[in-house]
Design a protein around this ligand. Structure first.
Ligand code: PLP
Length: 461
């Protein structure tokens, strides 16, 4: 049995580097003189050591760890070996006796949060301060910074994107007898929150270029009971807010922007969330920026700001006398969530650039593939990238999803149109484009560090 990956721990880190340049898979099983496994080393581990301040002249023995994955004689895999293509097989004395191919492939999810040392620092501070509920300075700081990023005068942080939407509807006193217009293609929280209030949702079609609510379909659905429209800036694409605001003005309707997937997007130079009466954001773990779970309502109205703050906190009047003015909710965000959120907004420009670059990589690697259509860039709209969104042939979509899944790569079909689900069907006013787009849509893995070519090489087969 040849063990070309075996390397006896002696000499400097530099000597190991030279060994790695010729070792199979660029991997070393570092052992002591008797062949006992000490560590696994590859190029990325060396790079990490150098980043930590180690130098290539250091004795190897100083930098190797004592904990690494291996396979025992019975074939049992110990430790997380997914980063290594080969693993050492050891005997009961922990001596390397063989080499085996790692069976685990690195799983590529659709989304992964971009969290750094800054998030951890603020979170640790919030934790150590003892202010772990909704008092504590991070909540106010996060509200201020995120709302000003959205060029909105006020921001009310809440527990998630769904409570943001419900709080907005409640603050606008929407309830039984009212109608609220929503697009057919969206995540169900948009319509569910309308139903929470007792109002009647009215589902309308989308526009096939933007995949967002179609203003003409909205116009056709307005009735004397209509109170509000919820345009959803789907997959990072801003809705046609000019047409929607004209309609709202004509008919005296409120506009609640569902911005859960579009932090930072702009229509005609205006940030989403600052155009309608209230903007609702989500900071769920897979969104553009995250607080784990979290949300925010943005508004330019001091009255709506005050109303939402009151409703967010049980409808309780400030002063500690347990006097309640209205029937409110507990929709508060914790200081822990806000600590992460503050660090995320401080990094949002960089996060958005990274996401845009990932989409560009997909575009360039899939260039010339006529069976894959990317999301469009439209006049007057500054789209942001949430999950890279493409349209494929509907008859081949399931095969694509399954073949990627077989290679440990996760993709997602677009949302199921509300009109196709029994519980919502009775609220449909119009739907057609929504169904055509939805059955073709696919979201590709989009997060910092994603291996785009691993995905595109399978899509090109
Ligand atoms: C994620 C999402 C929501 C809900 O946000 P949560 O924070 O998960 O409650 C609402 N609307 C849309 C369009 C979303 O994508």
């Amino acid at each position: 049995m040849r063990l070309d990956n075996l390397y006896v721990a002696e000499g400097r880190l530099l000597d190991l580097l030279l060994f790695l340049s010729t070792a199979p898979e660029g991997l070393a099983f570092v052992v002591d003189e008797s062949g006992h496994l000490l560590d696994l080393m590859d190029g990325s581990k060396v790079r990490w050591l150098l980043e930590q301040g180690h130098t290539v002249d250091e004795p190897l023995i100083n930098v190797i760890g004592d904990d690494c994955p291996y396979v025992d004689q019975s074939g049992l895999s110990v430790g997380d070996g997914r980063c290594f293509p080969l693993l050492p097989v050891v005997d009961s004395e922990h001596r390397v006796i063989d080499v085996t191919a790692s069976t685990k492939k690195e799983f590529i999810p659709v989304a992964e949060p971009s969290l750094g040392i800054k998030e951890f620092g603020y979170l640790a501070e919030a934790c150590l301060s003892g202010w772990i509920s909704s008092s504590g300075h991070y909540v106010g700081q996060f509200e201020k910074l995120f709302s000003s990023y959205c060029t909105s005068p006020y921001g009310v942080a809440v527990s998630n994107g769904t409570t943001a939407l419900h709080l907005a509807l409640a603050a606008l006193e929407i309830g039984p007898g009212d109608e609220v217009i929503v697009p057919d293609l969206t995540f169900a929280a948009t319509i569910n929150t309308v139903l929470y209030t007792g109002a009647t949702p009215v589902i309308v079609d989308i526009d096939s270029d933007s995949w967002c609510i179609d203003p003409q379909a909205v116009a056709a659905a307005v009735s004397s009971r209509t109170k509000a429209i919820i345009p959803v800036h789907l997959y990072g694409q801003p809705c046609d807010m000019a047409a929607i605001m004209v309609l709202a003005q004509e008919h005296g309707l409120y506009v609640i922007e569902d911005c859960a997937e579009a932090h930072g997007a702009e229509f005609d130079g205006q940030k989403v969330g600052s155009i309608g009466d209230i903007g609702c954001f989500s900071f769920f773990g897979n969104k553009i920026i995250t607080t784990g779970e979290g949300g925010m309502c943005t508004t330019a109205s001091p009255e709506l700001d005050a109303r939402m703050r009151l409703l967010r906190d049980h409808g309780m009047v400030r002063g500690g006398e347990y006097k309640h003015e209205v029937v409110g909710f507990n929709y508060r965000m914790t200081n822990l969530q806000a600590a992460i959120g503050l660090a995320q907004v401080e990094r949002i420009d960089q996060i958005l650039v990274e996401r845009k670059q990932i989409e560009l990589n997909y575009r360039s690697q899939l260039q010339g593939r006529t069976n894959i259509e990317f999301q469009r860039d439209l006049d007057n709209r500054e789209r942001v990238v949430w999950l890279t969104s493409v349209l494929v042939d509907p008859s081949g979509r399931t095969d694509i999803i399954e073949s990627l899944r077989a290679n440990s790569i996760d993709t997602r079909p677009f949302f199921c149109p509300l009109s196709q689900m029994d519980i919502y069907r009775k609220y449909v006013h119009s739907c057609r484009q929504s169904c055509t787009i939805a059955e073709r849509g696919l979201n590709l893995p989009t997060f910092s560090g994603v291996d785009v070519s691993a995905v595109t090489s399978l899509l090109c087969r």
